[in-house]
Write a protein that binds this ligand. Structure first.
Ligand SMILES: [Zn+2]
Length: 142
């Protein structure tokens, strides 16, 4: 987790890389996270030293390695909320909150905030981005 910054090998590398499909700058994600979302994880061998998560809504690529290898939505077993338009797309993977759940009851976000503060979330593995689910919640009124 946060100890990645203490490894000297990472200090000289930027934490972001451009998606080979859409060109957007993407944040790094761990192979551990990917292994929780890819189909047939047992037959996937991470070849790149580092991987990145593309959250561009219209880009089919979800993960790519610094070696140029890509994994698209069809190769994952998890629905990628930021790349879907459906009302029931997932917002919070830790507690199974969909956009529709949140729209019905915006207080769900307060629940997620409380759970996160209490350290009960599992974003690092449950969220395909490897980052906190709360960033995917739209502002109320959007
Ligand atoms: Zn992309």
């Amino acid at each position: 987790m946060s100890d990645c910054c203490s490894q000297p090998c990472h200090n000289s590398h930027p934490k972001k890389q451009r998606c080979p499909a859409c060109g957007q700058e993407c944040a790094e994600v761990s192979a551990r996270t990917i292994s929780h979302h890819i189909q047939q994880t047992w037959s996937w061998t991470p070849a790149a030293a580092r991987y990145f998560f593309c959250d561009a809504p219209d880009c089919a690529v979800v993960y790519f390695g610094e070696d140029g290898a890509t994994l698209n939505t069809a190769q994952l077993r998890t629905r990628i909320g930021v790349k879907e338009k459906a009302d029931d797309r997932p917002l919070c993977y830790c507690f199974g909150v969909s956009l529709a759940d949140f729209q019905r009851d915006p207080a769900v976000k307060d629940f997620v905030i409380a759970q996160t503060k209490a350290g009960l979330c599992s974003c690092e593995t449950s969220n395909p981005s490897g980052r906190c689910c709360l960033k995917d919640f739209p502002e109320v009124g959007d």
